[in-house]
Design a binder for this molecule. Sequence first.
Ligand code: BTN
Length: 255
Amino acid sequence: MKVPHTLFIGKTLQYFDALPSTNEYLVEKIKTTTLEEGTVVFTANQFAGKGQASNRWESTPNQNIAMSILLKPSFLAIHAQFYLNIVAALAVKNTIEPLVKNIPVQIKWPNDILLNSKKTCGILIQNTLNGGHIANSVVGIGVNINQTIFNPSLPNATSLALESEQTFDIELIATAICQQLEHYYLLLKIGQQSYLKTTYFASLYRFETWAWYKKNLADSEPFLGKIVDITTTGALVLALENGQAIFDLKQIQFL
Ligand code: BTN
């Protein structure tokens, strides 16, 4: 991966031919070592990737981006941590949009990136806290780039190559994501929260649209809801036929 044109993200780059998980590597490393803000860990072969909600993240070697970036957002209160998800999602969305002309790119709450309504990117953010603030944030980004065969158990997975019938330079895209991430992170740092939220909503899948959902409880019935807001901690606010309800990631499924 090339050193990006940035102030700090990617200036320190740790490349591994193979690693179980770039997130796990960074999370463990910072327990014992002080690393510079903006350190990027990238691997060509992540063989035990971690996903949200204790899921696994699968990635074929040499086909995709698997990287983690260390941020130190000590300026960000814990209750505002969802802004890191917004920043990371916007960085990936803005990087891939010009590469896949005419294909709709959307953000699915909290921060999946969809191409033609299928998932091409997952983001896993692991924070360590200090007092009321965030000391370290490991921003893990997995983007399916050139992989064209997916496990049949993941019918909603796709890649840039699959949707656009081209192949891409993986490391160039990783470098561009670092540049975009720095751009949006610095906007957050100077207090542009409301701009970031509006920009996130403008690309949010199903925003202000009635659609079907289901609670993650046995025997629960599908219901209609409309995404109207996200709380600063990242919960989904749905308008319902008879009021409003708030859900966190583990409580709801999109149907
Ligand atoms: C999701 O479930 O959607 C989140 C997937 C996050 C995957 C990335 S790949 C790089 C980093 N290292 C990991 O182990 N996971 C994240």
